[in-house]
Ligand binder design. Structure first.
Ligand code: AMP
Length: 302
């Protein structure tokens, strides 16, 4: 089943206690597409500037990623820079330059318009909605990610977009900011009134939590001795999660739980190295081996 994603394709500046990179390939849709392509075919919608080289585009080659919807235009590619704290749990944004995204008017290639699974990765909420409205039939699952930048600057547009979303996937501070509730379960109830029927809260090294009307399901983060760079971990989580669901073509409770595990697996690989360096070189058997490791990690008898 094909999976459509719209979001940022970017260059990132990253500072972590483990090193500094001035300009690494990144972007929410890039991490998402690479992670999801290990599970299913991905249709990518986004825009890059003329500074995005053939070498940069290699990240999408040799994978199940269609880039007909990745526009190229004169100007600069989206740029983001951030700095992580000593324990990698907090990050400050130093720069967000929308560049070519500021005037982007997405036009879906015809073959993308039948997508059954849609992921609205982190980008301006009106762009997310514009892409969704070009899909012909109501998809089986529409999921959305966003961040403080959009919650603060484009709150009304975000709320409008959320009316059309099934699964909201955001981190804990964004959940609190969007719902004005500190407790995550109360926050979920608040968010259900905005449109989504499922909330997935990404909690960094504390794992992830899924809340829907059936209850709550939690997965841990994979314990790593040497995490290096959390950039893109959330998008890789989303790629593993949505890629798994689109790959199996299901949305049962069992499938959603497995998707949470595959999300956590993909996020854990991303933090092992800087940027996309780990995610881009994975083998499918390594992914499944880590998923089995998760089953062992969380197994117990009563
Ligand atoms: P994550 O660490 O999963 O939250 O995502 C990091 C990625 O999101 C980076 O590669 C950035 O290029 C991208 N990003 C950061 N800020 C924004 C923003 N305001 N809109 C879209 N993408 C962003």
């Amino acid at each position: 089943m094909s999976l459509l994603v719209v979001g940022s394709v970017a260059f990132d500046g990253i500072e972590s206690p483990y090193g500094k990179v001035e300009r690494a390939l990144g972007g929410a849709a890039t991490y998402f597409a690479v992670a999801a392509s290990y599970f299913t075919h991905v249709n990518l919608v986004g825009i890059v500037g003329d500074d995005f080289s053939k070498e940069d585009a290699q990240i999408f080659r040799g994978r199940r990623i269609d880039t007909e919807g990745l526009e190229r235009t004169a100007g600069k590619t989206f740029f983001w820079a951030g700095r992580y704290s000593e324990n990698l749990n907090e990050r400050v944004t130093l720069t967000t330059d929308l560049n070519v995204f500021a005037t982007f008017k997405p036009k879906l290639p015809d073959k993308y318009r039948d997508s059954k699974y849609v992921f609205l990765a982190n980008i301006a909420p009106d762009l997310q909605r514009d892409v969704l409205h070009q899909v012909k039939k109501r998809p089986a699952i529409v999921a959305l990610d966003t961040m403080n930048y959009w919650i603060e600057r484009t709150n009304a547009e975000l709320r409008e977009t959320l009316k059309h979303v099934d699964i909201l996937m955001i981190n804990d501070s964004e959940t609190r900011q969007l719902s004005s509730e500190h407790n995550l379960l109360r926050a979920a109830k608040h968010i259900f009134k905005m449109g989504p029927s499922t909330l997935v809260v990404k909690r960094g090294e504390y794992g992830a939590m899924l809340v829907d009307k059936r209850g709550v399901f939690c997965v841990p983060a994979f314990p790593l001795e040497e995490p290096h760079d959390p950039t893109g971990a959330g998008d890789s989580f989303a790629g593993g999660f949505m890629g798994y669901l689109a790959g199996v073509g299901q949305k049962s409770d069992v499938a959603l739980r497995r998707a949470m595990v595959y999300g956590s697996v993909m996020g854990s690989f991303t933090v092992e190295k800087f940027g996309l360096d780990r995610l881009r070189h994975l083998k499918r058997n390594q992914i499944h081996a880590r998923a089995r490791h998760f089953a062992k990690l969380t197994q117990f008898k009563l």
